[in-house]
Design a protein around this ligand. Structure first.
Ligand SMILES: [Zn+2]
Ligand SMILES: [Zn+2]
Length: 547
């Protein structure tokens, strides 16, 4: 077989989240991004994060030359602290990305990682692969598209991007360089699919600033709270600029907001005079019409400061009719209910709440169809693979690439864990490797599918605990004690359960019974009776005590 470039997706396809792509050529392997996702609570109860199963990377450890980061969003860097514990290779990213990673590693006490800051247009050579970092605009600063030159040709990753011609920091996407790569020839292009369903162009971040300015102007007598994503540095910069323009001081609220505001200010990605900042604990000293609070909690997360404010459970800020609250974010699919609850509760306390569907106080960070087309027109790749999207996005994106002249047989809708071989002549689906989810929660490091299934069973059907006392001296047993949580059984059913257990042990005798055997007998009897009655599989926990 001729030598191929191998591409493997360990996350970020079939979903928007936990991006991780692997590029391999002979003995060199690169990891592009290492993200996490936040699961919905009904699918994975009690789980805080999900990261990709990277068993394949551990198996190929010695080949891995480095981790290339496109930008600092959690769905691109969130898995790094875990991955680096198993695979300690050099990491490359922009100034801001590396600062955010450094903060994570310090928090988790991970040391001795080689973090490399790269600038736009920098070129890094690792093994036989050359990596070029190309500036693009997105909803976080310091964002790169990546061009990897292999002996077989150039592979171009757009990363997350939009084409914002008036970005807040004035640093536009480097379309000239991208066009140049296209002219020289790009073998394979991989593009962000998030907004492939949306026509036209994504609005510039600057339009949000203009709308915020109008809202600040119309609310000079009120206290203003703005909720946004902590990582959206340019949004935060615009809020700060408005606050300063209208003579307000700024308080940051929420742990991630306070952290990122500090990290970004240290590296001059965020600019404000320190005199205009007031500690959230000291805001009572500032008149309400001279204050602007910038907070997290746009998704209605129950533990966030904004949610607690909405429930009147946040000591530092109590919401009332003197507040104008701007929710400067979109809802992440799945969070809608929590967000509406938040808006309802804040409104009930008397606040005036402005959100996306009322005022244009948010724009997306991802390219819409016309921008995706423009990128395809500039790059003109031989082969095309869509990424960063659910299946429906990937499918639509492949059709868009066809429309832009990439032959159908030169495109692939990628599958998680599948290796794709790319040569100058063709792109072929090869074998599948181990892939999937690693579920993490705050205390337990790793969670199995069984654990999640148990949590679901308990949350849907409840739990029945049956306590049986066995005494070696007795011929039979006393009626067991039954404790229920999250379920109710009629009295006669409880009697049936007790009688069945007692009569079982009366027949078999109690002496010589093994505790483990007794437990499984109890579980079987109880489960069967409940199933016959309700056609439900309630979790039964037998406790057998020997006295
Ligand atoms: Zn992303
Ligand atoms: Zn992103």
């Amino acid at each position: 077989m001729t030598k191929e470039i191998k591409l493997l997706f360990l996350g970020g396809i079939g979903e928007i989240g936990k991006n991780m792509t692997v590029l391999e050529y002979e003995n060199d392997m690169l990891i592009i991004d290492a993200g996490l996702s936040f699961p919905s609570s009904d699918e994975m109860p009690g789980i805080d994060y999900v990261i990709p199963d990277y068993t394949y990377l551990i198996q190929n450890k010695e080949k891995i030359k480095g981790i290339i980061l496109t930008h600092g969003h959690e769905d691109h860097i969130g898995a790094l602290p875990y991955l680096l514990k198993d695979i300690n290779v050099p990491v490359y990213g922009s100034n801001l990305t590396i600062a955010l990673v450094q903060h994570k590693l310090t928090e988790q006490k991970i040391e001795n990682v080689k973090l490399n800051k790269v600038l736009p247009s920098d070129i890094v050579t690792l093994g036989n692969l050359t990596i070029e970092f190309i500036r693009v605009t997105h909803s976080i600063a310091g964002c790169f598209a990546i061009a990897i030159t292999t002996p077989k040709g150039v592979v171009f990753f757009t990363g997350d991007f939009k084409i914002d011609q008036t970005p807040i920091d004035g640093k536009r996407s480097d379309l000239a360089r991208i066009a140049e790569l296209g002219t020289k020839g790009v073998l394979l292009m991989l593009q962000d699919s998030t907004n492939v369903e949306r026509d036209g162009y994504t609005m510039s971040e600057r339009t949000v600033g203009e709308n915020l300015d109008q809202i600040f102007a119309a609310n000079v007598t009120k206290r203003i709270l703005v909720a946004t994503f902590a990582s959206n540095i340019h949004r935060i910069q615009q809020i700060i600029n408005c606050a300063i323009k209208y003579g307000r001081r700024i308080a940051f609220s929420g742990r991630s907001m306070e952290n990122i505001a500090k990290i970004a200010a240290n590296i001059k990605e965020l600019n404000y005079p320190f005199s205009s900042i007031v500690d959230i604990d000291k805001i009572s000293a500032v008149p309400i019409d001279k204050l602007c609070i910038i907070t997290t909690g746009t998704q209605g997360e129950p533990e966030s400061a904004l949610s607690r404010m909405s429930m009147n459970d946040f000591k530092k800020v109590s919401i009332n009719a003197n507040d104008t609250i701007i929710i400067s974010a979109s809802s992440i699919p799945g969070n809608e209910k929590m967000i509406y609850k938040l808006i309802n509760n804040l409104s009930r306390l008397g606040a005036d709440v402005l959100y996306d569907s009322l005022r244009a106080v948010h724009v997306s960070g991802h390219a819409c169809r016309e921008e995706l087309k423009m990128m395809l027109a500039l790059v003109r790749p031989n082969f095309f693979i869509p990424m960063h999207g659910e299946y429906r996005h990937l499918k639509k994106h492949v059709e868009l690439a066809e429309l832009m002249g990439v032959p159908k047989e030169n495109t692939k809708i990628p599958e998680l864990g599948r290796i794709y071989g790319v040569s100058r002549a063709q792109i072929v689906a090869r074998e599948k490797v181990q892939s999937g989810n690693i579920m993490l929660d705050g205390n337990l490091q790793e969670n199995s599918e069984v654990l999640i299934r148990d949590r679901k069973t308990i949350s849907e059907d409840g739990i029945v605990i049956v306590i049986v006392t066995l005494s070696q001296n007795d011929e039979s047993i006393n009626p067991p004690i039954i404790i229920m949580r999250g379920t109710i059984m009629p009295e006669n059913l409880l009697e049936t359960i007790k009688d069945s257990i007692v009569s079982h042990f009366a027949t078999t005798g109690v002496t010589e019974i093994d505790v483990t055997d007794a437990k499984s007998v109890v579980r079987r009897i109880v489960s069967k009776i409940i199933f016959n009655q309700f056609k439900r599989r309630v979790m039964v926990i037998p406790i057998v005590i020997e006295v």
